[in-house]
Design a protein around this ligand. Sequence first.
Ligand SMILES: *[C@@H]1O[C@H](CO)[C@@H](O)[C@H](O)[C@H]1NC(C)=O
Length: 205
Amino acid sequence: MVITRRRTSVLAVVVLQVLGTWDGAMACLPYVSRDVWSANPPRSVDKFPGPIPFVIIHHTYEPAACYTPADCCKAMQAIQRFHQQDRGWNDIGYSFVVGGDGRIYQGRGFNVVGAHAPRYNDKSVGICLIGDWRVDLPPENMLAAVQTLIDYGVRMNIIASNYTLIGHRQTRPTECPGDRLFKEIQTWAHFSPMMDVVDPNSIPT
Ligand SMILES: *[C@@H]1O[C@H](CO)[C@@H](O)[C@H](O)[C@H]1NC(C)=O
C-alpha cells in the first residue's frame, strides 16, 4: 500500500511535469482588460470581419519602457490620452499593447478598426511594445507576450493561420518599430519582407 502510494505520487509528479511542459506551449494570456487599466471609453467602435490577415508590430518610442504593472498602467493612460485628446482619434490607436511587466494590455482589441497603420487598420492586429526599441532589444518577457498573443489569436481562428507579420515601417515612412526590434521580428515566423510604403498625407484617410 505504501509502495503503491509512492509509485502513484511519482507518477503524479511525472504527469504534472508533462502537463507543465504542455502548459508552456499553451500559455495562459497575461491579459489586462480595458477596465483594469482604467481606459476611457472609445468615442466609437468600427468592426471588421476576421480571420485577420496581418499582424503589425510597433513601438511607442514614447512613453519609455515600463517594468511594473503600476507604471505600465500609467503608460497606457498616457498613450490613450495622447491618441484621443491630442490626435483626436476615437481611442488608443493600437489593438494591443505589451508592457515591460510582461502583460498584454487591451487596446481596441481584435476585429476593431485601429489607427496605427494607414490602409491596414481594417485588416490587421496592431501590437505595440511600450518603449524605445531603436537600440535595445525588448526584454524576453515582452517578446514572449507578443508571441503568446499571436498564438492565441491563431488558435481561436481570430488571426488567419497564414497571417503575414510586418513592422510599421513597411507600410509608411517611419522608424517604428525601432531598428533593434525590427531586426528581431525579421527572425519571427510569418515575417514578410514586403514593402508597401505610402505617405499617409498623400492618401485620403
Ligand atoms: C491565406 O489563406 C487565404 C484563404 O485560403 C488566402 O485567400 C490568402 O491569400 C492566404 N494568404 C497568404 C498570405 O498566403
